[in-house]
Design a protein around this ligand. Structure first.
Ligand code: PMP
Length: 412
């Protein structure tokens, strides 16, 4: 236990964590892929379906009003959670991927032309890479990459040269899902603004682990997913500054997003509804609102301190093991540790750990260019959240030690 949060007390609020896997108490170390859900989030979704379910923004009947209030109430919670100026700056999406695609397909395609630049980085998740590749191809803009230091951290001096007056968009991850390093987001946003470019932050990994304040960061867009922060799958959000969203065209069309329609043309609702065509993920938004209440009651500052402490402990324990390579910088880390064991394939490592009830992820983590930069095809990754404690990392290390002995004998 970190001493900041009682992880065992918190763990008891997560029904899924109460089970044994392969005869061992489950140690869930895959929260970077998706977090587990506390009972109150599960119950909020269930309650919504049992009491309030109806479509939003249409019905005048009581359930319709309740569903609309619940959905729009969740939007208010998201706005407060990241300190947006107003709920109208929050667009509900399926998650980070859809949020980034919205900006790349709408904003980028409207503003970019040949000669312009879209700047991303080589450490991005595919969700913050491929939409920009596509936008660059569609507009003739040039895709550029921020330089990184040997440990994968951003080279800010180099960044100042890569971002030029031709740059229209700078998009980067706040917290790498592979390297576990918190990037200097505020500095990069300021660099983008200095040349008149807009900045998008991929907050998929930061929103669950850091206190995010979009006004303080001054980013133009911030994208994140509910399922990584104790909320349901299928719901996330795109924050955008009002004055930018108001000038953006929707990328999906249909019901719920229109103002006036005739047989040949239509006009759009105001933001944010203009970007939410069709029946939205109402129960998901309700669940995300409940997750935000949960995280807010615990306190994001406490969660941040807990997760940073766990990440430092995991880094120290894993890097002290003979034959284990931990990737990414040694400091400024939170929430995860990505590693490899000797020449053993990470899938084999993860399989042996799973046999002892320890769930870690193995693969390329949707970051193939970063894997190539690290000169590996895949890695294992242990990722932590508020329900984990040092004892979970001790279990990981003990199982890894046995895996090492097993493969050492198997190979030797
Ligand atoms: N960016 C980062 C840094 C991520 O870790 C992830 C999820 N692994 C995503 C984007 C995509 O999130 P989602 O799949 O929820 O859209």
């Amino acid at each position: 236990m970190s001493g900041l949060l009682s992880a065992s007390e918190l763990k008891s609020q997560f029904p899924i964590l109460q089970q044994e896997v392969n005869g061992h108490p489950l140690v869930y170390l895959d929260s970077a892929a998706t977090s587990q859900k506390p009972r109150r989030v599960i119950e909020a979704v269930q309650r919504y379906y049992e009491r309030d379910n109806a479509n939003v923004h249409r019905g005048v009947h009581t359930l319709g009003t309740r569903a609309t209030d619940a959905y729009e109430g969740a939007r208010e919670k998201v706005a407060r959670f990241i300190n947006a100026r107003s709920a109208s700056e929050i667009i509900f999406t399926r998650g980070t991927t859809t949020a980034i695609n919205t900006v790349a397909s709408s904003y980028a395609r409207a503003v970019c032309k040949p000669g312009d630049e879209i700047v991303i980085s080589p450490i991005e998740h595919h969700a913050n890479l491929i939409p920009w590749q596509q936008a660059a191809k569609a507009t003739g803009a040039t895709l550029k990459h921020l330089p990184v230091n040997d440990d994968g951290s951003f080279d800010l001096e180099g960044a100042a040269k890569t971002i030029t007056p031709n740059t229209k968009i700078v998009a980067f991850t706040h917290l790498s899902n592979v390297l576990g390093v918190v990037n200097p987001a505020k500095e990069l946003v300021a660099m983008a603004h200095a040349v008149g470019a807009k900045a998008l932050i991929d907050g998929a990994q930061s929103a669950p682990h850091l206190k995010v304040d979009v006004q303080e960061l001054d980013c133009d867009f911030f994208a994140f997913s509910g399922h990584k922060m104790c909320g349901p799958t299928g719901i996330g959000a795109l924050y955008g500054k009002r004055e930018i969203l108001e000038k953006m065209e929707p990328i999906e069309f249909g019901g719920e997003m229109i103002d006036f329609v005739d047989l040949f043309d239509a006009t759009w609702k105001e933001i944010p509804w203009r970007f939410e065509a069709g029946t939205p993920i109402i129960a998901g938004a309700v669940g995300l609102g409940a997750a935000i209440d949960f995280l807010t009651e615990i306190g994001m500052a406490n969660i941040e301190a807990h997760d940073r402490k766990l990440a430092a402990y995991a880094y120290d324990r894993l890097s002290a093991m003979d034959g284990v390579t931990v990737y990414g910088p040694s400091s400024g880390r939170t929430s995860l540790a990505t590693f490899n064991l000797d020449d053993v394939h990470p899938h084999d490592v993860a399989t042996v750990l799973d046999a002892e009830g320890v769930a870690v992820r193995a693969g390329h983590h949707c970051a193939q260019p970063l894997m190539r930069w690290l000169q590996v095809t895949a890695t294992a990754r242990a990722s932590f959240y508020l329900y984990n404690d040092e004892a979970d990392i001790d279990r990981l290390v003990a199982s890894l030690q046995r895996a090492k002995e097993y493969f050492g004998h198997a190979i030797g």
